[in-house]
Ligand binder design. Structure first.
Ligand code: HEC
Ligand code: HEC
Length: 203
């Protein structure tokens, strides 16, 4: 659980979670379950704490590295075979992401230490200004709100990206042998919207 990383306002979340039934890390709560927090700032913080369960998941973090190399698996080890992000995130000449990562997930027929190779038409490393690895929940929160570091997006476009983007959608369909991110993309979209509407507060 990432809850332990959250300072300050997260205490509210802690108490709420303890009061309701024990929650599995696979669950993603609907924004409506935060409606009882009447203070806007506290509600916004609690909503971000919930949606951070998706953002901070290895399926997302593995492609948002702070150095030149994407990572793999839930332990986020360095990518094997060795690759670098290259000029545009799509790999180095002669060793492009697309050489191994095709348009769609590929399930292996042969035996290997992994069951499938992820695939998507836009498979590539997130730009360095969008690096998330090694950052706190609060840092990532401030970063995704900052148009200088989020690809020039307004909050509305940030919502659009998280709610609709088909590369983000891969997180719920990551291929055989890989754990999907919690909840659904619909719930993530609604959490982001409720977080924005309550003032987009960062922990
Ligand atoms: C295959 C690698 C890959 C995976 C997996 C991936 N991303 Fe990204 N992400 C990128 C790339 C490349 C960009 C830059 C493209 C753009 O801005 O549209 C990006 C940009 C973003 C942005 C906008 C910029 C920012 O940092 O604010 C958000 C938000 C984001 N990703 C969220 C996610 C979430 C949530 C997941 C997991 C469900 C995820 N990403 C999984 C590669 C990836
Ligand atoms: C030479 C082949 C090859 C190249 C080139 C390659 N990959 Fe991979 N990649 C793989 C294989 C095979 C796997 C599956 C291994 C596994 O899951 O243990 C994988 C898995 C991944 C994962 C793990 C997903 C997860 O959440 O566990 C990410 C992220 C990734 N690659 C990103 C990239 C990016 C970005 C590039 C280009 C900069 C790239 N790869 C280039 C072969 C390659």
């Amino acid at each position: 659980m990432h809850r332990c990383l959250l300072p300050a306002g997260a205490a509210v979340l802690f108490l709420m979670a303890a009061a309701t039934q024990a929650q599995s890390p696979r669950d993603l709560r609907e924004p409506g379950s935060f409606a009882g927090i009447t203070n806007g700032q506290a509600r916004s913080l609690a909503l971000f704490g919930e949606l951070a369960k998706v953002l901070m998941h290895p399926r997302c973090m593995n492609c948002h590295p702070a150095d030149d190399t994407p990572t793999q698996g839930n332990d986020m080890h360095a990518h094997w075979p060795p690759v670098t992000r290259g000029d545009n995130g799509g790999g180095a000449p002669g060793n492009s992401c697309g050489a191994c990562h095709t348009e769609a997930n590929y399930t292996l027929i042969e035996r290997a230490s992994y069951r499938s190779i992820p695939g998507h038409p836009r498979w590539g490393t997130a730009p360095i200004e969008m690096a998330w690895q090694g950052k706190s929940v609060g840092d990532i929160c401030r970063q995704i709100k900052d148009p200088q570091r989020n690809g020039g997006r307004s909050l509305e476009l940030l919502h659009e990206h998280l709610a609709k983007d088909d590369l983000v959608a891969w997180g719920w369909n990551p291929g055989e042998g890989r754990e999907p991110v919690p909840g659904t993309q619909r719930i993530l979209g609604e959490l982001i919207k409720a977080w924005i509407d309550s003032g987009a507060a960062c922990p």
